[in-house]
Design a protein around this ligand. Sequence first.
Ligand SMILES: Nc1ncnc2c1ncn2[C@@H]1O[C@H](COP(=O)(O)OP(=O)(O)OP(=O)(O)O)[C@@H](O)[C@H]1O
Length: 981
Amino acid sequence: MATPTELVEALEELGDSKLKDFKEMETKDQVESLSSTDLGPEDVRCMPAAPPPQPETSYQVALQSELQNIFRCAQEALEKQNEERLYDVTPELFITERRTTDSQQEVRLADLESERAVKPSDLFQLFSSEGTAVRTVLTSGIAGIGKSSLVKKFLLDWAEKRTNQDLHLIFPFDCQQMGLWQGETFSLAELIHTCIPYFSASGIKEETLNDIFTSSQNSRDTSEFRLLFVFDGLDQSRLQLDFTGKTEKSTDVTKSAGVEVLLTNLIRGKLLPSARLWITTRPAAANRIPPQYVHRVTEVRGFTDPQKEDYFRKRFQDAEQANRMVAHINTSQGLHIMCHIPVFCWITAAVLEDVLKTSEGRELPNTLTEMYIHFLMVEINHTKQKHVPEKCIRYIMSLAELAFHQLLRGNAIFTEEELRCSGIHVRAASKYAGLFTKIFKQVCGQRKEQAQKNIFSFTHQSIHQFLAAVYVTISLFSHNRNVMPVPRLTVQSLFTCFSKSNSSTALNIQKNAVKTALKSPNGHLDLFARFLLGLSLQTNQTLLQDLLTQTRSSSHNNQKAILYVKKRIRKNPGPEQCILLFHCLNELNDSSLVEEIQRYLSSGSLCKDKLSPTQWSTLLFILLSSEKDLDVFDLQKYCASEEALLRLLPVIRTSRKLLLSGCKLSWRSCEALSSALSCQSSSLRELDMSNNDLQDSGVTLLSTGLRSPHCVLEILKLSGCMVTEEGCASLASALSTNPSHMRELDLSYNHPGDTAADVLSARLNDPNWRLDTLRLDHGGEQRLKPGLKKYACELQIDPNTVSRALRLSHNNMTVTASDFQLYPNHPDRFDSWPQLLCENELSGRCYWEVEWRGLVDICVSYRGIKRKGNSPRSRFGGNDQSWSLSCFLDRYAVCHNNQGKEMYFPSSSSSSSSFSKRIAVYVDYPAGIVSFYRVSCDSLIHLHTFNTTFTEPLYAGFGCDSRLGFNLMFNIQSSVSLCKL
Ligand SMILES: Nc1ncnc2c1ncn2[C@@H]1O[C@H](COP(=O)(O)OP(=O)(O)OP(=O)(O)O)[C@@H](O)[C@H]1O
C-alpha cells in the first residue's frame, strides 16, 4: 500500500516518459500555436484593445490534461500493485479570520467564533468579513499534518476539473526546491520552468508565460487571467525574504531577479498584483510573512476521529484487519491522539500491521520515540528477511549518519554525490523504500544549460530527524563517541569532550540539543531534540537492540534531564518553546507533565503571550497524550478563562468532575458544556459552575444538555450565577424529562423567586426524581449584580479595637494614621500595632472594596488575634490567625503566619495617574477562600487567593503605617476608606 508521498513520487517518476507522449497529443498543437504569438510587454502596452494572445482556457486545458495524465499513470501503476490512493481522506482545514479590537479577551473569543471548517476548494472562493477579495492565504500546520498532501489534492481536484475551475493556471512551488536556487537569478517564467517541469511538458513555453504575465499585469480586468501561485513549505526554504522594501522593486515581470526577490515581490503584490497566492508553512515560520500581506490565515488540524478510521479502512482493504487496527488504536489514548497527525497514521499503520501479525499482547507504543523505534525495527526486520542482516544494519547506520550530518547543515535534500560519501548507493537505497525514497528524480536541479542532478530526501522530515538522533545515540553508547558539535569552548564543554562517563556526556548532549532546538527560528530541530531525549530511556534503548549493542542509560540521568527541561520551562520562554519543552517531558515519560502545563497556563504567561489556536491544539494534544488521569478537571489550575475552557473541551469531555467556579464563563461555555453533556459517551457526573454570570440565558442553554437522555450528571452547582425564576423554570423542566440522575442542585445566591423555589422544592419528595439536596439559601434581588458585587456587605469599624495611632473620620468610614489619640482603654484595642477590626462577622460569601493611600494592611482575622505588645506576631499576617495584603506604591505583599509573597506591578502596566488605589476583598467562609484584587476601571485584577479552612468566626481588619519617618519621607498619611457599593 502506498502512502500519498509514494504516490506522488511514482507520479513524478512516471512523469518524464509521459511528458514525451503528451507532446504528441492534440492539445500540443493548440498550445504551440498559442505560444508562437510572441508579444513583448511593450507590444502589449501599445495595443490596449487587443485581445490576449489566445483564450486562456487553452493553457488551462493543456496543463490540466498534462496533470491528469500524470496522475492517471501514477494511479494505474499503484493499482497494479494493489495500492489505493489515500488522498480521499482529506485532513480538516480550519479557517480563521483576522480581527482587530482593543480588548485582548475579545480577540480570543472572536478567534474562537470565527473558526470554522472550510473545504480546500473554498479557500479563495470565500470573502473575508470586510468583504474584500482574498489574495494571499497562509496555511499553517505542524510537521506531518498534511499541508503538502493538501496542496497535491487541491491540484488533483483542479486537474480533474472537480473544483476551482475559475483558476486558469496553478504554479505549485516546493519551497525546499526553490531554496536550491538561492543566489541565482531567473525571470518568473524561467523559475517556473526550472522548478515545475511539467509546464514545459504541457507545451506552455516561457515566452507564453511571459505574455500571460504581462497581459495580466496590464489588464484592469482581474478575471482575465486567474493565476494561483502555491508556495508549499515556506519553513523548509532557507530563502531570505526581505520585506523592508530595500530589495529590488522591479515590477517588470519578464525581468530576471534573484529567487528571493521574485518571491518577495510576488507576496508584496509588486509582481502580478491580481494573482492569488497560497503559502503553506509550519507555525514557527508563519511570521516570516508580514501580516499586511496575508489576507486569510488557515490552519490544517489533521484528521478528525472519523477520518482517522477512514484512513485505516482505506489503508487496509481487509475489513477485519482494519477493524482490529482501529480497535487497537482506540485502546491507547496516546496513540489515538497521535493519529490525528497523518504522518503518524502512516507510521502507526506500518507498526501495527506488524504488531498485530506477531503477537496480540505486545505493548503498544505510546510516545513518538517508541513509535518511530518500532517503525524502524519493522523496516529492519522486513529487509533482514530479504538481505544479509549485517549489511542491512550497516546500511541503516549509513543512512543515520547521513541524516545527522545533513541535519547539522540544515539540509533536507541531498545529491547522489552526498549519498555516495556516506556509503549509500542509489540502487541499494531502493531496497529500503520505507526509510529512504528518491523523490526528486529529474524534477529539480535541471536548469536549461545545466546537467541534470538527482536529488534525494527522506520520506518525511520526522524520519530524517529520528535517524539523526539514532546516530547520535548509537555513536555515544556503542562507540563511546560524542558526534555532536561542541557549542562553545567552555570549561564544561572541554570536560564533556574528555569525559569518560557516557552518562554525563549524554546529559550534556541532550541539554545542547534542547538548547539548540529552542534557538532554532523555524523549529527544524524540534523533533530531533525530542527523539534524542526519548532515546535516552532504557526502555527505548532496549527496543533498539539490533542497532545499539550496549544500553547505558540510567534513571538518575533521566531525572537530571527532566530537571533541566523543567528549569527551562520555569524561565517562561515563549509559547512555541514551552510547547517543545512539554513534548520533551512527554518523551522522557515524566509524570508531572500535566502539573507543568497547569503551572504554565496559570502563571499568567498567557497574558504575556497569547497562545495561537495551533499552540492551544498542540497543548491539548500533549495533555491528552500524557495518559494522565484527568478525571477531575479544575479549570482554575490551568487558566480561569472562557477561552481556556473552550480550547480544552476535548480534555473536559473525558472528565467525570468539572470544577469551573469563578472562571468568568458566559453562555458560550454553557452551550459547549450542554453539547458535552448530551453526547452519547458523556461521563460527566459533577459540574460546578458557581460564581459565573451565566444568567438565565446560559442556564437555559445548559438545560438543553440536562434534558438529553445521555446526560448522567448527578451534581450541579450554579450558586451565584444570576439565575432568576426563568432560569430555574428551564432547569425544572429539563430535569423533569431526565429526573433519574440529578441528586444535588445548588442554586444558592441567586434570585429564584418563590414560585420557582416551590416547584423545585416539591421535587425533593417526588419518587420519580433522584434529587435529595437542593440549596436555595442566600437568595435575593441583590444577587443579580454582576461579578462579586452580588456578595457586597457593609462593614462597620469596631471603635473599641482602633489603635491610638489611628484616627477615624467620615462617619467612621475612613481610618488614617495620626498622632496619639485619646481613646479609652479597652481590652480589644490594639495597643502597639496601628490596626483595627470591624464588627461584622463574615459568614457565607462577602465582598468589600477599600480606597487606600500610603502603606496599609488589608486583612481578615479571627477575633482572638493578640492586641497587646509590639511583637511581629501581633501584626496582621504575622500569625496563623490572620491573612493580610500589604500595599505600598505599586508593590503588594500577602502574608499569613509570617509567610509572605511579594507582587510587583510596575508603573508601565498601570501608569501612575490611572494606578488603582482600590482593593477588593472576597471571602467565601464555608469554602475557606480569601481573595484580594486590584480594582482598575471597574474590573478586578486578581492578586492572590488564600485557600484554607476557617475554624473561628472571621472579621475584616485594616492597618495604616503611622511611623513618623514614613510620613516625612513620602509626605503621605496612610489611610483606608470603606467604599459604598
Ligand atoms: N490526506 C492524506 N491521506 C493519507 N495520508 C496523508 C494525507 N495527508 C498526509 N498524509 C501522510 O502524512 C505524510 C506527511 O504529509 P505532508 O507531507 O502533507 O505533511 P506536511 O504538513 O506538509 O509536513 P511537513 O511540515 O513536515 O512538511 C504524508 O507523506 C502521508 O504519508
